[in-house]
Design a protein around this ligand. Structure first.
Ligand code: CP
Ligand code: NVA
Length: 288
Protein backbone atom coordinates (compact mmCIF):
# COMPACT_ATOMS: atom_id res chain seq x y z
CA UNK A 1 0.00 0.00 0.00
CA UNK A 2 1.41 3.40 -0.96
CA UNK A 3 0.77 7.09 -0.49
CA UNK A 4 0.35 9.31 -3.53
CA UNK A 5 1.27 12.88 -2.57
CA UNK A 6 3.33 13.79 -5.64
CA UNK A 7 4.12 12.11 -8.95
CA UNK A 8 7.59 11.34 -7.56
CA UNK A 9 5.92 8.84 -5.18
CA UNK A 10 5.01 6.71 -8.20
CA UNK A 11 8.23 6.48 -10.13
CA UNK A 12 8.10 5.47 -13.78
CA UNK A 13 6.76 1.99 -13.04
CA UNK A 14 3.94 3.23 -10.81
CA UNK A 15 2.97 5.87 -13.34
CA UNK A 16 2.81 3.37 -16.19
CA UNK A 17 0.93 0.88 -13.99
CA UNK A 18 -1.74 3.46 -13.08
CA UNK A 19 -2.24 4.48 -16.71
CA UNK A 20 -2.78 0.81 -17.62
CA UNK A 21 -5.08 0.18 -14.62
CA UNK A 22 -7.12 3.27 -15.54
CA UNK A 23 -8.16 1.63 -18.83
CA UNK A 24 -8.63 -1.84 -17.33
CA UNK A 25 -12.09 -3.31 -16.89
CA UNK A 26 -10.77 -5.99 -14.51
CA UNK A 27 -10.07 -4.08 -11.31
CA UNK A 28 -12.79 -5.88 -9.34
CA UNK A 29 -14.03 -4.46 -6.04
CA UNK A 30 -10.95 -4.00 -3.81
CA UNK A 31 -12.88 -1.49 -1.67
CA UNK A 32 -15.84 -3.82 -1.00
CA UNK A 33 -17.25 -2.99 2.43
CA UNK A 34 -14.64 -0.25 2.98
CA UNK A 35 -14.72 3.51 3.29
CA UNK A 36 -12.69 6.28 1.64
CA UNK A 37 -12.46 9.69 3.38
CA UNK A 38 -12.54 12.67 1.02
CA UNK A 39 -11.44 15.78 2.93
CA UNK A 40 -11.78 19.12 1.13
CA UNK A 41 -10.28 22.40 2.39
CA UNK A 42 -11.05 24.03 -0.99
CA UNK A 43 -13.98 23.79 -3.44
CA UNK A 44 -14.14 21.10 -6.12
CA UNK A 45 -16.43 19.88 -8.90
CA UNK A 46 -14.33 17.35 -10.85
CA UNK A 47 -12.22 15.93 -8.06
CA UNK A 48 -15.08 15.31 -5.65
CA UNK A 49 -17.37 13.75 -8.26
CA UNK A 50 -14.72 11.68 -10.03
CA UNK A 51 -13.37 10.39 -6.72
CA UNK A 52 -16.81 9.54 -5.31
CA UNK A 53 -17.76 7.63 -8.45
CA UNK A 54 -14.38 5.87 -8.66
CA UNK A 55 -14.74 4.71 -5.03
CA UNK A 56 -18.21 3.36 -5.80
CA UNK A 57 -16.90 1.58 -8.93
CA UNK A 58 -14.25 -0.12 -6.76
CA UNK A 59 -16.98 -1.34 -4.40
CA UNK A 60 -16.34 1.18 -1.59
CA UNK A 61 -18.21 3.93 0.20
CA UNK A 62 -17.01 7.56 -0.14
CA UNK A 63 -17.47 9.98 2.74
CA UNK A 64 -17.32 13.64 1.67
CA UNK A 65 -15.93 15.87 4.43
CA UNK A 66 -15.99 19.67 4.21
CA UNK A 67 -13.30 21.78 5.81
CA UNK A 68 -15.49 23.07 8.65
CA UNK A 69 -16.23 19.52 9.76
CA UNK A 70 -12.70 18.32 10.51
CA UNK A 71 -11.01 21.72 10.93
CA UNK A 72 -7.67 20.35 9.72
CA UNK A 73 -4.98 22.14 11.75
CA UNK A 74 -7.50 24.28 13.65
CA UNK A 75 -10.03 22.03 15.41
CA UNK A 76 -7.56 19.15 15.39
CA UNK A 77 -3.97 18.60 14.20
CA UNK A 78 -3.34 17.04 10.79
CA UNK A 79 -1.93 13.97 12.56
CA UNK A 80 -4.99 13.53 14.79
CA UNK A 81 -7.37 13.96 11.85
CA UNK A 82 -5.48 11.26 9.93
CA UNK A 83 -5.42 8.87 12.93
CA UNK A 84 -9.15 9.33 13.43
CA UNK A 85 -10.04 8.78 9.77
CA UNK A 86 -7.77 5.72 9.64
CA UNK A 87 -10.08 4.08 12.22
CA UNK A 88 -12.86 3.92 9.62
CA UNK A 89 -11.37 4.13 6.16
CA UNK A 90 -9.15 2.07 3.84
CA UNK A 91 -7.83 5.22 2.15
CA UNK A 92 -7.64 8.91 3.11
CA UNK A 93 -7.80 11.54 0.35
CA UNK A 94 -7.41 15.25 1.02
CA UNK A 95 -7.39 18.59 -0.84
CA UNK A 96 -5.36 20.98 1.30
CA UNK A 97 -4.12 24.56 1.41
CA UNK A 98 -0.66 23.53 2.62
CA UNK A 99 1.09 20.47 1.17
CA UNK A 100 2.86 19.91 4.51
CA UNK A 101 -0.48 18.92 6.05
CA UNK A 102 -0.60 15.96 3.64
CA UNK A 103 2.96 15.02 4.54
CA UNK A 104 2.04 15.11 8.24
CA UNK A 105 -1.11 13.05 7.69
CA UNK A 106 0.81 10.44 5.69
CA UNK A 107 3.48 10.30 8.39
CA UNK A 108 0.90 9.63 11.11
CA UNK A 109 -0.87 6.58 9.66
CA UNK A 110 -0.24 3.36 7.70
CA UNK A 111 -3.47 3.92 5.75
CA UNK A 112 -2.57 5.24 2.27
CA UNK A 113 -2.99 9.02 1.81
CA UNK A 114 -3.90 10.54 -1.56
CA UNK A 115 -3.34 14.17 -2.61
CA UNK A 116 -6.50 15.61 -4.22
CA UNK A 117 -4.65 18.96 -4.83
CA UNK A 118 -2.32 21.01 -2.69
CA UNK A 119 -0.53 24.32 -3.23
CA UNK A 120 2.41 22.23 -4.54
CA UNK A 121 0.95 19.43 -6.62
CA UNK A 122 -2.11 17.93 -8.32
CA UNK A 123 -1.02 14.38 -9.19
CA UNK A 124 -4.55 13.09 -9.96
CA UNK A 125 -4.85 15.79 -12.61
CA UNK A 126 -1.52 14.86 -14.21
CA UNK A 127 -2.63 11.22 -14.45
CA UNK A 128 -5.81 12.23 -16.30
CA UNK A 129 -3.81 14.60 -18.51
CA UNK A 130 -1.36 11.89 -19.53
CA UNK A 131 -4.13 9.37 -20.21
CA UNK A 132 -5.84 11.98 -22.41
CA UNK A 133 -2.62 12.73 -24.29
CA UNK A 134 -1.92 9.02 -24.76
CA UNK A 135 -5.41 8.38 -26.13
CA UNK A 136 -5.30 11.33 -28.54
CA UNK A 137 -1.67 11.04 -29.70
CA UNK A 138 -1.76 7.24 -29.91
CA UNK A 139 1.48 7.06 -27.95
CA UNK A 140 3.13 9.27 -25.34
CA UNK A 141 6.31 9.15 -27.43
CA UNK A 142 4.52 11.23 -30.10
CA UNK A 143 3.39 13.95 -27.68
CA UNK A 144 4.84 17.47 -27.64
CA UNK A 145 3.10 19.40 -24.87
CA UNK A 146 3.27 23.21 -24.53
CA UNK A 147 2.19 24.55 -21.14
CA UNK A 148 1.48 28.29 -21.23
CA UNK A 149 1.02 30.44 -18.10
CA UNK A 150 1.48 29.82 -14.39
CA UNK A 151 3.93 27.01 -13.56
CA UNK A 152 1.67 26.05 -10.66
CA UNK A 153 0.59 22.84 -8.91
CA UNK A 154 -1.03 21.46 -12.08
CA UNK A 155 1.99 22.32 -14.24
CA UNK A 156 4.45 20.89 -11.70
CA UNK A 157 2.73 17.51 -11.49
CA UNK A 158 2.42 17.27 -15.28
CA UNK A 159 6.09 18.25 -15.70
CA UNK A 160 7.17 15.62 -13.17
CA UNK A 161 5.11 12.98 -14.97
CA UNK A 162 6.41 13.97 -18.42
CA UNK A 163 9.95 14.04 -17.10
CA UNK A 164 9.67 10.52 -15.64
CA UNK A 165 8.23 9.12 -18.89
CA UNK A 166 10.48 11.11 -21.26
CA UNK A 167 7.56 13.03 -22.79
CA UNK A 168 8.53 16.33 -24.45
CA UNK A 169 7.10 19.34 -22.59
CA UNK A 170 7.85 23.05 -22.97
CA UNK A 171 6.71 25.55 -20.34
CA UNK A 172 6.29 29.27 -21.10
CA UNK A 173 5.91 31.28 -17.90
CA UNK A 174 6.62 34.91 -16.98
CA UNK A 175 9.38 35.94 -14.60
CA UNK A 176 8.56 35.01 -11.02
CA UNK A 177 6.08 32.30 -12.00
CA UNK A 178 8.47 29.64 -13.35
CA UNK A 179 8.66 26.01 -12.22
CA UNK A 180 11.63 26.72 -9.97
CA UNK A 181 13.48 23.52 -10.82
CA UNK A 182 15.10 21.94 -13.87
CA UNK A 183 13.73 18.54 -14.87
CA UNK A 184 14.97 16.18 -17.59
CA UNK A 185 12.95 16.52 -20.86
CA UNK A 186 11.30 19.79 -19.68
CA UNK A 187 12.28 23.03 -21.44
CA UNK A 188 11.41 26.39 -19.96
CA UNK A 189 11.08 29.71 -21.77
CA UNK A 190 9.43 33.11 -21.32
CA UNK A 191 8.04 33.05 -24.87
CA UNK A 192 4.59 31.46 -25.42
CA UNK A 193 5.15 31.36 -29.21
CA UNK A 194 8.40 29.44 -28.79
CA UNK A 195 6.68 26.91 -26.54
CA UNK A 196 3.64 26.49 -28.81
CA UNK A 197 5.48 26.16 -32.14
CA UNK A 198 5.39 22.54 -33.25
CA UNK A 199 3.36 21.38 -30.24
CA UNK A 200 0.49 18.91 -30.65
CA UNK A 201 -1.00 19.76 -27.22
CA UNK A 202 -1.38 23.23 -25.68
CA UNK A 203 -2.23 23.32 -21.98
CA UNK A 204 -3.08 26.18 -19.66
CA UNK A 205 -4.56 26.71 -16.19
CA UNK A 206 -6.00 29.69 -14.32
CA UNK A 207 -3.74 32.66 -13.57
CA UNK A 208 -5.05 32.92 -9.99
CA UNK A 209 -5.28 29.59 -8.19
CA UNK A 210 -7.46 28.88 -5.17
CA UNK A 211 -6.03 30.72 -2.16
CA UNK A 212 -4.17 33.35 -4.27
CA UNK A 213 -6.91 35.98 -4.50
CA UNK A 214 -4.80 38.63 -2.78
CA UNK A 215 -2.23 38.42 -5.58
CA UNK A 216 -4.90 38.72 -8.25
CA UNK A 217 -4.00 42.13 -9.72
CA UNK A 218 -0.28 41.47 -10.05
CA UNK A 219 -0.96 38.08 -11.58
CA UNK A 220 -3.42 39.47 -14.16
CA UNK A 221 -0.74 41.95 -15.30
CA UNK A 222 2.05 39.37 -15.46
CA UNK A 223 0.04 36.74 -17.35
CA UNK A 224 -1.81 38.92 -19.89
CA UNK A 225 0.67 38.10 -22.74
CA UNK A 226 0.20 34.39 -21.96
CA UNK A 227 -3.43 33.96 -23.03
CA UNK A 228 -4.13 30.87 -25.13
CA UNK A 229 -6.09 32.30 -28.06
CA UNK A 230 -6.58 31.60 -31.75
CA UNK A 231 -3.40 33.49 -32.68
CA UNK A 232 -1.31 31.26 -30.41
CA UNK A 233 -3.09 28.08 -31.56
CA UNK A 234 -2.36 29.10 -35.18
CA UNK A 235 1.33 28.42 -34.44
CA UNK A 236 0.55 24.71 -33.97
CA UNK A 237 -2.26 23.81 -36.40
CA UNK A 238 -4.33 20.80 -35.30
CA UNK A 239 -2.96 20.83 -31.74
CA UNK A 240 -5.38 19.77 -29.01
CA UNK A 241 -6.21 22.25 -26.27
CA UNK A 242 -6.04 21.02 -22.67
CA UNK A 243 -7.17 22.61 -19.38
CA UNK A 244 -7.67 21.02 -15.97
CA UNK A 245 -10.76 23.24 -15.41
CA UNK A 246 -12.38 25.30 -14.04
CA UNK A 247 -11.45 27.77 -16.82
CA UNK A 248 -11.84 31.54 -16.75
CA UNK A 249 -12.81 32.28 -20.34
CA UNK A 250 -11.37 35.63 -21.48
CA UNK A 251 -8.41 35.32 -19.10
CA UNK A 252 -6.03 32.38 -19.62
CA UNK A 253 -8.07 31.03 -22.57
CA UNK A 254 -10.60 32.40 -25.02
CA UNK A 255 -14.11 31.02 -25.46
CA UNK A 256 -13.23 30.14 -29.09
CA UNK A 257 -10.29 27.93 -28.09
CA UNK A 258 -12.31 26.21 -25.32
CA UNK A 259 -15.10 25.40 -27.80
CA UNK A 260 -12.90 24.52 -30.80
CA UNK A 261 -13.20 20.98 -32.17
CA UNK A 262 -9.61 20.28 -31.08
CA UNK A 263 -10.38 21.12 -27.44
CA UNK A 264 -10.08 17.97 -25.29
CA UNK A 265 -11.07 19.45 -21.94
CA UNK A 266 -14.18 17.29 -21.45
CA UNK A 267 -12.27 14.12 -22.26
CA UNK A 268 -9.76 15.22 -19.60
CA UNK A 269 -12.58 15.76 -17.12
CA UNK A 270 -13.99 12.28 -17.83
CA UNK A 271 -10.55 10.74 -17.53
CA UNK A 272 -10.30 12.13 -14.00
CA UNK A 273 -12.71 9.35 -12.94
CA UNK A 274 -10.85 6.57 -14.80
CA UNK A 275 -7.45 7.62 -13.47
CA UNK A 276 -8.82 8.12 -9.93
CA UNK A 277 -9.98 4.49 -10.11
CA UNK A 278 -6.59 3.37 -11.44
CA UNK A 279 -4.69 5.40 -8.84
CA UNK A 280 -6.69 4.05 -5.88
CA UNK A 281 -6.44 0.46 -7.16
CA UNK A 282 -2.64 0.92 -7.40
CA UNK A 283 -2.45 2.43 -3.92
CA UNK A 284 -4.26 -0.64 -2.61
CA UNK A 285 -1.74 -2.97 -4.27
CA UNK A 286 -2.93 -3.60 -7.87
CA UNK A 287 -0.52 -3.53 -10.81
CA UNK A 288 2.71 -4.57 -9.08
N1 CP B 1 -9.44 19.98 -12.16
C1 CP B 1 -9.91 19.96 -10.89
O1 CP B 1 -9.25 19.51 -9.96
O2 CP B 1 -11.16 20.47 -10.77
P1 CP B 1 -11.94 20.72 -9.39
O3 CP B 1 -11.20 21.81 -8.67
O4 CP B 1 -13.33 21.12 -9.79
O5 CP B 1 -11.91 19.45 -8.59
N1 NVA C 1 -4.24 25.65 -10.16
C1 NVA C 1 -5.63 25.53 -9.80
C2 NVA C 1 -6.13 24.19 -10.20
C3 NVA C 1 -7.60 23.94 -9.91
C4 NVA C 1 -8.02 22.57 -10.31
C5 NVA C 1 -5.79 25.76 -8.31
O1 NVA C 1 -4.97 25.29 -7.52
O2 NVA C 1 -6.75 26.45 -7.92
Amino acid sequence: MSDLLTIADLGREGLEAILALSESTGLGRPLEGKGVALVFQKPSARTRNSMEMAVVQLGGHPVYIQKEEVGLGTRESAEDVARTLACYHALIAARVMDHQDLVRMAGAVDTPVLNMLSDLAHPLQALADLLTVKQLAGSLADARIAYIGDANNVCRSLAEACSLLGVEMRIAAPEGYELGEDLPHIRQTRDPAEAASGANFVYTDVWVSMGQDEESEARMRAFRPYQVNEALMALCPGAHFLHCLPARRGEEVTHEVMEHSTSAVWRQAENRMHTARGAMAWMLGAGR
